[in-house]
Every structure is written in structure tokens, then in C-alpha cells.
Design a protein around this ligand. Structure first.
Ligand code: MRU
Length: 370
């Protein structure tokens, strides 16, 4: 098995200022690397999903501010870049968090010193994410081991995941998939059910690619098959990621996560969410207040894939002109979540559960109710 940990989805180019990212739109059929040179290019890469996954989007936003500061460190230029970047995708918490953090780190400095400080802060955000990923992986691996024990030691342990939460989605080894990698490295035999994740196919295209490279056994299923597998108890636990989690533990994640959680609850199968702390929005009490991105319906109306010609082609699925709608995320209420796997440990999906692990984020009074 390839050890996961050396690959990076974002890095600085040899000249020390251009930002390199893997163009995830090309995977798994081609491996392409983009060079971002402006905040507008960083925002475009986020919007068009060349980069995706909440933590990686945050890191790209952070470097987007650094690129802006390099081009023009004046207040008005940074403010324009801030707005442009934050508007690129609305649901994930990490983007605004990271942009604010870099702006906050440079705002009081004289303009000539801002670019270097912005690059340094963006690099710190990435390194912190690497450590967060590692810790989430370790806590998550314990849950996978426990699920195996509950199954009477039967191996492989059957994990189901949705979308892509691996090293492509973060700056380290991932969140939910980091738990899978860590468990595999500990010698636990695993098999992962990978939901296709229509319409952008992050499961079929990206998670399958990552797991294949890592040598972790997996099977791709259509999104609609998950309920069937859960009902037949062919899954020991579900682990997914999150784009934004409310202070009370409601989880916004890739569309289709909520029905997965409902089916898991109906079959009494544990449903865990890997939550890096920058994805927690402490200002939102009710998950239904999380803004849900709506993308171009054309993503639903067509699929693209590798044609026999060897070229990637897009084909229309629906009758010409058929209406389609494309919500990118849904919200799973905290009550359906068995636990939130954070870098500080596994929290109950309640305000007090999260508050116990992050007391500095929660006013003492608010922690009492959950
Ligand atoms: O639209 P995407 O591909 O950016 O959505 C990604 C997800 O929903 C992930 O589950 C989430 O960002 C967590 S990634 C560690």
C-alpha cells in the first residue's frame, strides 16, 4: 500500500509565489496541474471546482489573498480580493474563515510587508490542516476498530463514505478518508463502499482514484444503493465529511448525506462525521440557516466520462430542455449523527458536546444547553 501523506493538493511553485493545484476536474482520467497567479484565478479555480473540498478551498482562498497582496497590497485591493474569494462558493465555512484569517494577519502591517506575511499565514493554515487531518485520522481509526470489534472481529470492516474527503480535499491526508488510511496502516482489514456522488462524481472519480492508489479495497455504488446496503447490514459504519457544521452539530455536507444518515439511523448503523474545527461555524445555531449552494443544472442534465475514443466527453441524459435543479449540499440534523470526529476527539453532536472540546469557542452559558 502506498503510504498516504506525501501527496499534496496545493503547493507553492519553485519561484516561491505561484500557487500550484491539481486540476480535479481532469481526474481520474488525466493528471493536470494548474498554476494560479492572481486572486481572480484562485477564485475561479474554487468556483469551477478545479479545487474542491472545504479545507482545500480554504487553503486556496488563503493563498488567493497572498497573490492579491503580492500584486497590490493596498487596502482597497485586498478588500476586493476578499469579496471575490469569499463569493466563490457559499456553503463551506473554511473559505471565509481562511480569507479572514489572512486578511486579519496582514491588515495592520504597512503595505510593503503584507505579501510576505500573507504567504506565511497561508502556509500556517495549510500546516495546521495537516496536523488536524492526522489527528482526525487517529480518532476515526479508533471508531473503525471499535466497529470491527462490535462485528465480532469479522474482517474486513465495512465502511461507507460519500463524496471525497481524502488528500485531494484538504492540504494533508484528508478527514473521513484519513480515518480509513490510518486504520489500514494499523493493519485493520477494510472495505469501503464509495457512493458515486452525482452529479460531480467525487466518489466515483476521486475517492475511487485515491483508494486505488492507496491499495485500500473499495467498491463504487450508485448513490441510491446506499440504503439497500445499510438495510441489509452490509455496512459497519458510515463516515463522511462536512463543509460547515453548526454550533449545535448539524452537518452541511455533499447532497445525499442527509438520506444516508436517515437510512443509517433506520438500520441502527453508526453515522460519523469528520469535522476539522475550521469547518465549525460557531455563529450558526441551526443548520438550516447554512447557505446551500445551487450550481448550474447542466451538471445534472449531463454526465462526462472517458469515451472509447480516449477523449473525455459529456453526454446529455435528459430530454432536450428538461428542467433540472442542482443543490450541491444538504443538512443532516445533529440528532442523526452518532459523533463528530474532531482533531480534539470525538464529540457528541450537540452544542455541549462540541463546547466541551472547544471551550474557548463557546460562551460558558451557552454550553449548558444541548
Ligand atoms: O462540492 P465539493 O466536492 O467541494 O464537496 C466536498 C464535500 O462535500 C466534502 O465532504 C467536504 O468538503 C469535506 S472534505 C474534507
Amino acid at each position: 500500500m502506498v503510504r498516504i501523506g506525501d501527496q499534496r493538493a496545493i503547493w507553492l511553485d519553485d519561484d516561491g509565489w505561484g500557487v500550484r493545484v491539481i486540476d480535479q476536474r481532469a481526474l481520474p482520467h488525466a493528471f493536470r496541474v494548474l498554476r494560479l497567479e492572481t486572486a481572480a484565478e484562485a477564485a475561479g479555480a474554487i468556483r469551477e471546482m478545479a479545487v474542491r473540498g472545504a479545507p482545500l478551498i480554504g487553503a486556496t482562498g488563503a493563498y488567493g489573498v497572498a497573490l492579491a497582496a503580492r500584486a497590490d497590497p493596498a487596502d482597497h485591493a485586498l478588500s476586493d480580493a476578499e469579496n471575490l474569494l469569499k463569493d466563490a462558493r457559499p456553503t463551506g465555512a473554511n473559505l471565509a474563515w481562511a480569507v479572514d484569517r489572512v486578511i486579519g494577519a496582514v491588515g495592520d502591517l504597512p503595505p510593503p510587508r503584507r505579501a510576505a506575511a500573507a504567504y506565511a499565514e497561508a502556509a500556517r493554515i495549510c500546516e495546521e490542516d495537516v496536523a488536524i487531518n492526522r489527528a482526525i485520522g487517529e480518532h476515526g481509526a479508533e471508531l473503525i476498530a471499535a466497529a470491527g470489534e462490535r462485528a465480532g472481529g469479522r474482517q474486513p470492516v465495512e465502511v461507507l463514505t460519500h463524496c471525497n474527503t481524502g488528500w485531494l480535499a484538504t492540504t494533508g491526508r484528508g478527514t473521513a478518508l484519513a480515518a480509513v488510511y490510518e486504520a489500514a496502516e494499523r493493519g485493520i482489514q477494510l472495505h469501503v463502499w464509495v457512493t458515486e456522488t452525482r452529479p460531480r462524481e467525487q466518489g466515483a472519480g476521486l475517492t475511487a482514484w485515491e483508494l486505488g492508489q492507496a491499495g485500500v479495497p473499495f467498491t463504487v455504488i450508485v448513490d441510491g444503493a446506499a440504503g439497500h446496503l445499510l438495510q441489509r447490514r452490509r455496512v459497519d459504519l458510515v463516515i463522511v465529511g462536512t463543509d460547515r457544521t453548526s454550533a449545535a452539530g448539524d452537518v452541511a455536507n455533499k447532497i445525499g448525506t442527509y438520506p444516508l444518515a436517515l437510512a443509517a439511523r433506520a438500520s441502527e448503523i453508526p453515522f460519523y462525521v469528520a469535522v476539522p474545527s475550521p469547518s465549525i461555524d460557531w455563529t450558526i445555531a441551526d443548520g438550516l440557516a447554512i447557505p446551500i449552494e445551487e450550481r448550474d443544472p447542466a451538471e445534472v442534465a449531463a454526465v462526462s466520462g472517458l469515451a472509447p475514443s480516449g477523449h473525455v466527453e459529456s453526454v446529455r441524459l435528459v430530454p432536450e430542455g428538461a428542467p433540472a435543479a442542482n443543490w450541491a449540499f444538504d443538512v443532516t440534523p445533529a440528532g442523526l449523527v452518532s459523533g463528530l470526529i474532531t482533531e480534539r476527539g470525538v464529540a457528541r453532536a450537540t452544542r455541549s458536546g462540541l463546547g466541551a472540546l472547544f471551550p474557548e469557542k463557546t460562551p460558558a452559558g451557552a454550553r449548558i444547553q444541548a
